[in-house]
Design a protein around this ligand. Structure first.
Ligand code: C2E
Ligand code: CA
Ligand code: CA
Ligand code: CA
Length: 275
């Protein structure tokens, strides 16, 4: 009856209050965490195929939370994007990565993720250049990864930003390829340097012939447009061998290394430079 309905509404409303309060709390905590440097860059190896030589790293955000431990991006990047904190977060992450990279061999590439909203910022290129200048990282060592979501809002603004970054010497990778709805359109309209095949495709290549054919077609398409290709989420030797055989240029995945803190990356680099 009426009474039940009101009761349900009250329960629903207070549940919403709790959720809103929790979000506001998380936003405040995230803001403080960014300021105090609790958001830390982790680094995942990117290797060339078929030789498996380390050519660079992708920078992946982690929140070293004092009580909750190490938090994955899924637990805070969405809220950072909704609240606009993402810009501050990623500039600090980029700056730290540039500083960390000073300890590494000069050929090692640094790839950072840029959120769609950031790509609409007319000052993005200037901000990135300021960080490169301040830290001394040459622009040709930096790669920026964007998803197609960054391109749908304002294609002309995206084109301008993309071109000015490329004029600096920064390369642009189209991330998560195959998960957007208009992939071919963006490949035709914009000039990227690299295409990253999403791991949801890479996962499946050893499962069926049809799926493997699709990934093969993506590699060929990418090459025919003059782009290099990275396959993400390589976990097995079988996938690695197959991808290398199809001419995929670079690989990333647990087979070569999971995202790791700076100290572990240093250790890996010391070991790999030993005779
Ligand atoms: P992404 O850019 O597609 O990054 C690759 C994700 O795949 C990473 O997850 C990585 O840990 C995971 N991965 C790599 N190799 C393997 C593998 O062999 N198997 C499996 N199962 N997974 C693998 P992570 O670190 O949890 O990051 C998730 C997403 O969060 C990223 O996806 C990216 O979209 C976003 N993200 C991370 N850091 C940042 C950042 O600084 N800024 C922005 N805007 N987004 C970020
Ligand atoms: Ca990425
Ligand atoms: Ca990706
Ligand atoms: Ca090749």
């Amino acid at each position: 009856g009426k009474k039940d309905g009101r009761g349900t509404f009250r329960v629903f409303k207070s549940a919403m209050d709790v959720e809103l309060r929790a979000r506001a709390q998380l936003e405040g905590a995230l803001r403080a965490a960014i300021q105090s440097g609790e958001i830390e860059p982790f680094y995942q190896p990117v290797v060339s195929l078929p030789g498996r030589e380390l050519i660079g790293v992708e920078v992946l955000a982690r929140w070293r939370h004092p009580e909750r431990g190490l938090l994955a991006p899924a637990q805070f990047i969405p809220i950072a994007e909704e609240t606009g904190l993402i810009a501050d977060l990623s500039y600090r992450l980029l700056r730290q990565a540039c500083l960390d990279a000073r300890d590494w061999p000069a050929h090692l590439q640094i790839a950072v993720n840029i959120a769609p909203q950031q790509f609409q910022d007319a000052w993005l290129c200037e901000r990135i250049l300021a960080i490169l200048t301040e830290t001394g990282l040459p622009p040709h060592r930096l790669e920026v990864e964007i998803t197609e979501t960054a391109l749908v809002q304002d294609l002309e603004a995206a084109r301008t930003t993309l071109t000015s970054l490329q004029n600096l010497g920064v390369r642009i990778a189209l991330d998560d390829f195959g998960t957007g709805y208009s992939s071919l359109y963006h490949l035709r309209e914009l000039k990227f340097d690299k295409l990253k095949i999403d791991r949801r495709y890479v996962d499946t290549i050893t499962m069926s012939d049809e799926r493997a054919k699709l990934v093969d077609a993506i590699i060929k398409l990418s090459a025919s447009l003059g782009l290099v290709t990275t396959a993400e989420g390589i976990e097995s030797d079988a996938s690695l061998d197959w991808l290398a055989g199809q001419g995929c240029d670079f690989g990333q995945g647990y087979l070569f290394g999971a995202p790791m803190p700076k100290g572990e990356m240093d250790f890996l680099l010391t070991r790999s430079s030993e005779p």
